[in-house]
Design a protein around this ligand. Structure first.
Ligand code: CA
Length: 225
């Protein structure tokens, strides 16, 4: 998970970055609103922590501009404990509002809560999902096929959970690499292919994960489409 921190106060930013590092959350810090808007496409954060008082533009304006192009969750972090600001921020599309000073544990808990609420890629799926003879249980981290356990590696399991979250939907390679491997590095595409091949082999039928030429992959029960 990647968090973009838009904060002009260096000491506040340092505290947040330390806290996120301890919670093993990747973060990028920028100190202006424009920097935040730029980083939205270059860094592709899963969540934005946004200060309201920025040197170049008001945080609510940054919020509005982010919402115009993206659904990335936003938590407003502000020194202004003002109900008006809170309402404006939420109306501009922010998902939550935290008032300075705050504890890092609280902030990390809020980040995880917002991520769970908003993002299918970081959400914890409810329980076991059944696709014909295949059962993918995210709670027990087990996969069975016709009642027999299928032994997947952690990454293979993660990839299967990811693809099977939306059966029939085509997932782009870049999307999968970003969400499952947390990278945009093109070289990883070979790793992706190797994992897909391994899952197909273990499931005994390549039809579970269909290749969509030039685009990516689609999960589905073989022969059910
Ligand atoms: Ca500020």
């Amino acid at each position: 998970m990647r968090v973009l921190v838009v904060e002009d106060d260096a000491s506040v930013a340092d505290g947040i970055l330390d806290g996120l590092a301890q919670a093993t959350v990747d973060a990028l810090h920028v100190s202006t609103g424009q920097g935040g808007l730029d980083a939205l496409s270059t860094y592709q954060p899963d969540l934005v922590l946004l200060d309201l008082g920025l040197p170049d533009m008001d945080g609510t304006e940054v919020c509005r501009r982010i919402r115009a192009v993206s659904q990335t969750p936003i938590i407003v972090v502000s020194a202004r404990d003002d109900e008006i600001d809170r309402v404006v921020a939420l109306e501009m599309g922010a998902d939550d509002y935290v008032v300075k000073p705050f504890g890092m544990r609280e902030l990390v808990a809020r980040i995880r809560a917002v991520a769970r609420r908003t993002g299918p890629t970081v959400a914890e799926p409810a329980a076991a999902r059944t696709f014909g003879a295949l059962v993918v249980d995210t709670r027990s981290q087990k996969v069975t096929l016709a009642g027999e356990p299928v032994h997947l590696t952690a990454k293979e399991f993660e990839l299967l959970v990811y693809l099977s979250a939306d059966p029939g939907a085509v997932f782009r390679r870049s999307e999968i690499l970003h969400d499952v491997w947390d990278t945009n590095w093109y070289g990883t595409t070979k790793t992706l292919d190797a994992h897909i091949a391994a899952i197909r082999k273990k499931l005994g039928d390549p039809g579970w994960i269909e290749s969509v030429r030039g685009v990516g992959f689609r999960f589905g029960e073989p022969g059910a489409q």
